[in-house]
Write a protein of this length. Sequence first.
Length: 131
Amino acid sequence: MLKFFISAIILGALLYFGLQFRDYANQKLKEGSSEKSSRYAPGKLPGLPAELEASWEDAKRKGPDGIREWFRAHRSQVSDPRLTEMELDYVVLAGRGNPAEARRVLNAIKPRISPESPQYRRFQQLDQAYP
């Protein structure tokens, strides 16, 4: 009888702690998914963390040199398709004064971009503009 009572208490404790762990895990998963969904700025292509948007805008205002410096500092934190969009912005700004630099960046983009990319048409136009 005592064995049955102790077994029931252990089983109840395991069940209780199992349910508590499940609730905790579900809560953490929900928090994680909400962080990922707000990681990128709304209305923009994914790939640039929202906290870098302001510094990117500042770099664009500084022109090609500002963008080049920004890429040196933050390129590893940006992924496609936003990276391609940003590099194409740089091509437009840098290409006015340095067509060779524009061509170099376009050649770097070419292996990564596919016809399904939202930036593919823009890439093609710039690729033709800088032979």
